[in-house]
Structures are given as structure tokens and as C-alpha cells.
Write a protein that binds this ligand. Structure first.
Ligand SMILES: [Zn+2]
Ligand SMILES: [Zn+2]
Length: 283
């Protein structure tokens, strides 16, 4: 590591400011996302920072998919995500990967938040989330929406439509699906912050991890994502291991989303030359 925490904060702060500028310039519909994790969270929180226009239909579809995943409500998810980017790998990062794999993966959900996370989280700009009726509706009715969409629907649909036993329907499409999807998502916070190359910025810990990209349908290009957090594709390689980007492109094609933000090839190359670890040349 060549940067101290203060440098890192300053660095992340700059990225975040860029984020906010983009956000203020976006026109709206405040539909969300973090585009990355399709059908759920990486299609939700903070996507307004990456894609300027969402159609209301798409937003509602994403909202329902998101309830199916149950990874905290959008408001809380987006707040944690923003603080993760702004204060990446410091005590103010909710899943600070410098505290080890287990903490970054699941441990952070088992203990109280570090006071810095709460303090810095309170200072974040979250007015866009509070102004979004769908987000606040979900926050108000979060437990009920999880009960219905994350557990009841996946249990009752196989039981009713193709005669699955209630026990199998509950344990397999209900609990097992939930556990697998949760762990695939958590690998983004753990494995993709620990193992992999850093072709875009060797001074930060997030890595390019093809295994996580595969398991989290496009979210494993994490060195790229932390270097260019406003890029909707979260990768320079388009649809490669990135169903999420393909999905967003399809939504754009159908007119349900538009004005996706993308980093230019020239800027990527310049950044690789300036701060990359040289791994782009191998293979
Ligand atoms: Zn992110
Ligand atoms: Zn990260």
C-alpha cells in the first residue's frame, strides 16, 4: 500500500464528489440501482448515480426483485454502499475488508456498526432516497415485503403450480436459494476486496476477481468499479461475465432506461498507465 488512510479518504472523497456531481446533474426518475447485482441490489441503490433515466415500470420490477433478495431495504443498502465507497477500507467502511475475510463477508452483519460508520453515514447526502416514494414505502413495510416476497412467494409458487411438497419448497427455493444468493453477493465485499489483479489502480484493495464476477453476475470487476464507480457497466469488457450489464443494455434498447454513464476508452487507458499494476498486459 502506498497510501495512508487520510490519503485514501481524500481519494475516495474525490470519487464520491464526482458521484454526487453526476447525481445532481441527472434529471430523474429516482429509480435506483447500483446496477451491478442484477435483479436486486446491484440493480438498485445508487443507480441514479449511474443511469439518469429509468422508466417507472422498470423501477417497480426492480423493486419487487429486490424484495425477493432481502438484503436490507434500499435506503439502508444505498447508505451503506455510499459510505463503503467514500470511506473504503477504513473504520467508516461498514464491511471494511482490512478486518479480514470473515468480517467483510458476513461478520459485519453480526456485530454492531463501528461508531465511524454511523457518524459518517449521517453526513452522507441521502435526500434523493428520502424523496423517493418507492424507497420509503419499502422502508416502512420492509418486514412484510420480505416475508411475502422472499419467503412466502418462493415457497407457495412451486407448491401451488407444480405440486412440490411444502417442506421442499420452503427449504430449497426458499432458504437454500436465499443462502446461496446472499453468499454470492457477500463475496463482492470479501473475496473481491482481497484476491485478484488491480489493473486500474494498484493503490486500492478492490480487485478484479473473475470467480466473483461469475457468481455475482458481473459484480466482480471490483478494481474497475472502485476506480470508476459511476460507470453503469462496472467493467470495461461489456457483457463478458456480466449479465447485469447485458440486462441494463436490454432495458436501454427497450426504452426503459437511458443515459447510462460510461468511462471513455482513452480515460481507462490513461488510468491503467498511471496507476495500474501492469496485469492488463499479461494474458
Ligand atoms: Zn459499489
Ligand atoms: Zn467494494
Amino acid at each position: 500500500m502506498t497510501m495512508g488512510h487520510d490519503d485514501k479518504n481524500q481519494y475516495s472523497g474525490k470519487l464520491y464528489n464526482y458521484y454526487c456531481v453526476l447525481f445532481r446533474n441527472s434529471k430523474t426518475l429516482r429509480a435506483y440501482s447500483d446496477v451491478h447485482l442484477l435483479f436486486c441490489y446491484h440493480m438498485m441503490p445508487d443507480l441514479n448515480l449511474m443511469i439518469s433515466h429509468f422508466h417507472a415500470y422498470l423501477w417497480v420490477i426492480l423493486f419487487l426483485c429486490l424484495c425477493l433478495r432481502e438484503q436490507n431495504d434500499v435506503y439502508e443498502w444505498a447508505r451503506d454502499h455510499r459510505v463503503h465507497h467514500k470511506y473504503s477500507e477504513t473504520d467508516a467502511d461498514p464491511h471494511n475488508a482490512t478486518r479480514g475475510f470473515f468480517f467483510a463477508h458476513i461478520g459485519w452483519l453480526l456485530v454492531r456498526k463501528h461508531p465511524d460508520v454511523i457518524e459518517k453515514g449521517k453526513k452522507l447526502e441521502l435526500a434523493d432516497l428520502r424523496a423517493d416514494k418507492v424507497v420509503m414505502f419499502q422502508r416502512r413495510h420492509y418486514k412484510l415485503s420480505v416475508l411475502i416476497l422472499c419467503f412466502l412467494v418462493p415457497t407457495l409458487v412451486p407448491w401451488y403450480f407444480w405440486g412440490e411438497s411444502l417442506a421442499v419448497a420452503y427449504f430449497v427455493p426458499g432458504l437454500l436459494r436465499y443462502a446461496v444468493v446472499l453468499n454470492a453477493t457477500w463475496l463482492v465485499n470479501s473475496a473481491a476486496h482481497i484476491w485478484g489483479n488491480r489493473p486500474y489502480d494498484k493503490t486500492i484493495n478492490p480487485r478484479e476477481n473473475p470467480m466473483v464476477a461469475f457468481s455475482a453476475i458481473g459484480e466482480g470487476f471490483h478494481n474497475y468499479h472502485h476506480t470508476f464507480p459511476f460507470d453503469y457497466a462496472t467493467s470495461e469488457f461489456g457483457w463478458k461475465f456480466n449479465i447485469t450489464t447485458a440486462f441494463i443494455d436490454l432495458m436501454c434498447f427497450l426504452g426503459l432506461a437511458k443515459d447510462c454513464k460510461k468511462v471513455s476508452k482513452e480515460l481507462i487507458m490513461a488510468r491503467i498507465q498511471r496507476t495500474g499494476d501492469g496485469s492488463d498486459k499479461s494474458g
